[in-house]
Design a protein around this ligand. Sequence first.
Ligand code: G6P
Length: 607
Amino acid sequence: MCGIVGYIGSEQAAPILLEGLEKLEYRGYDSAGIAVINNGEINARKAKGRLSVLKEKTNSGKDVPGVTGIGHTRWATHGEPSDVNSHPHLSNSGRFAVVHNGIIENYMALKNRLISKGFEFTSETDTEVIAHLFEYYYKGDIMDAMIKVIDRVEGSYALGVLCSDYPDSFIAVRKASPLIVGLGSGENFIASDVTAILKHTRDIYYIEDNEIVVLTKDDVKVYNIDKEEVEKEVSTVDWDVSAAEKGGYEHFMIKEIEEQPKAIRATISPRLKDGRIVLDDVSLTKDDIKGLRKIFIVACGSAYHVGVVGKYIIEKMCRIPVETVIASEFRYCDPIVTKDDLVIVISQSGETADSLEALKVAKDHGARVLSIVNVVGSAIANASDDVIYTWAGPEIAVATTKAYSTQLTVMYMLSIYMADKLSTITSGQYKQYIDDLEKLPELVAETLKNKDQIAYLASKFYNCHSIFFIGRNLDYAVSLEGSLKLKEISYIHSEAYAAGELKHGTISLIEDGTLVIALATGKELFDKTVSNIKEVTTRGAVVLGLTTEEHSMTGIADYTITIPAANPMFLPSLSVIPLQLFGYYVAAQKGCDIDKPRNLAKSVTVE
Ligand code: G6P
C-alpha cells in the first residue's frame, strides 16, 4: 500500500522519481506526488489520479528542477484521493517534506496536540502530522528531530524526509513497512521495493526496523536510534531489469501467467538434489516434525487459497491435522496454538499487515513459524523462524498468478518432505512424487497452450452478471482462486462453492443461463461432482466443465476445458491455469484495467 522513492545525485531528480514510481504503482494508484529541493527550497507537485496525470502536469518531471527529491504513489486510507491528500506533505514553514507508506495509529491525538500549538493542517491524512512533528522538534539537527518523531508516532511507516536546510542530503527510516536503499555511483536511492531502482543499481541495503538512513550523493550512512552507525551488508539483486518490464506483453498479468513454468522451475530446481528434496533454508528437524501436534496455515487472499490446498495435501500425506485460517481472523479469534504447533504463513509480498500480525500472535503462543515468501528481506521473512523463498521474481500485476503457483509448489515440496520424515509415504511413493514434481513445469507449459479456446469462451461469457465455481476437495480449493481471479479483475460477481454444498441455499441463485464453472479433475470424486453438475443443469445452468484428459464431460457439460493428466496431488497447478486465463480474457473483453483493478492494491499493509 503506497510506494515511496527517493533520489540524490547529479541528475535531475524528478524524472527519475517518476520512473521509479511507475514501477511502484502496483502498490497504490489513486494519486501521486514528488518533492524536490532546488536553491534551498522545496517544490512539491501532486496530482489525484494515475501517475500519468502527475507526469503530464510536470512535463514528465522536466519542469521540476533539482537533484534531490522524494516521491509517492498512494492507496488512500485516511482521506479520499485528492490533490491535497496526496503526498509529499509539507510542514507549515515549507522546511520539511515527507512521504510515508504505512499508518500512523495515534495521529488523531498528535494532530490535536499540534493544532493546540498553532500548527495548521491542510489534509485529512495521518501522514501530515509527521511533517509538522519534524517542524516542532527540529532544533537545527535533522537526526535529533527524526529520533524524537519516531519516538512519538505509533504504527507502521517507511518515511522519506527532505529538509530545505539540508539541500545535499535526505533522511529515511522504517518500521514494519518496507524500505530498501539503492547504492549507485555518485547517486543513491530509497524505495519501497527494488523494482523501482533496478534500472540504476543492483546493490542494495535491506533496512531494518528503526534504522535511520542518511543519504548524500556519494555516501549512505545507517544509524540506530542511539545515533550509532550500523554496519550494513550490501546485497546484490540478481533479477533481470526485464523481469519488471512488460516486455512486449499487453499486461503484466498475461506476462506473469506465461512465466509460470519458469517460475515453478526456479522454485523446484535449487531444492532438488540427487532425487531428494533438500530444504537447506529450513531448520525443522525430523524430531521437530514428529513432535508436531497441529499445523496452522495463515494467509490472506490468494495466499490463503494456497493454504486451502495445503490443508488437503498435508493432511493426506502427513496425517497431521491442519487448520487453514484467514490471517485477519486468526489474529482475533484467540487461537488455540501451542509450542508444539507449526504455523505456516504464506505471503507474496511478505508485508501484508494481517499476516504479519497473525505471525506475531503465533510467536506469542510459542509456536514455530515457517513462512513461504517471495520478497527477500521482507517483514514476514525477517520475523519467521524459517523462510522458504518462492523465487518467483517480481510480480507486478495486482492479481497474483506466478506467486500463487510457486507458493503451491513450495507447499507440495514441504508436504513431501515432511511425509518422508514421518514415514507416512513409502520410498517408492517418494520417488514417484519427485519424478512427477520434476515434470510439473512442462505440464504447466502444456496447459498454457490452450489459450485460444479460453479466449473464445471468455468472448462468449464476458457479459455474465454472476458466475459460480464448484468443485470438491482440491478442485474446491482451486475454485476459490478461479473465482477470485475473475471477480477482482473483471468485476463480475462470482462465488466459489464446495460442489456438495451448493444445494444448501446458494442453488436458489441458479436460473436459466447462469454460468457454472465445474472443476472435476480428481479421479475419486469425479462422479460425485458430475451429480452436482446435474443438479445445476436441471435448473437451467450452462456448465463449463474443467477436467483432465483422463475423463470426458461430453453430455455432462456444455463446454469442456481439458488439462493434461498428472499426479492428482499436483493438479491444482494445472487446473488454475485456465481459470487465470479465463479471468484475464474476460477482463480484457470488458476493457478493464487488468493490472490495476479498481479499489485494489497488491500489497495490503493495513488491517
Ligand atoms: C492482496 C493481493 C492478493 C494477495 C493478498 C495477500 O489482496 O491483491 O493478490 O493474495 O493481498 O498478499 P500477500 O503479499 O500476503 O501474498
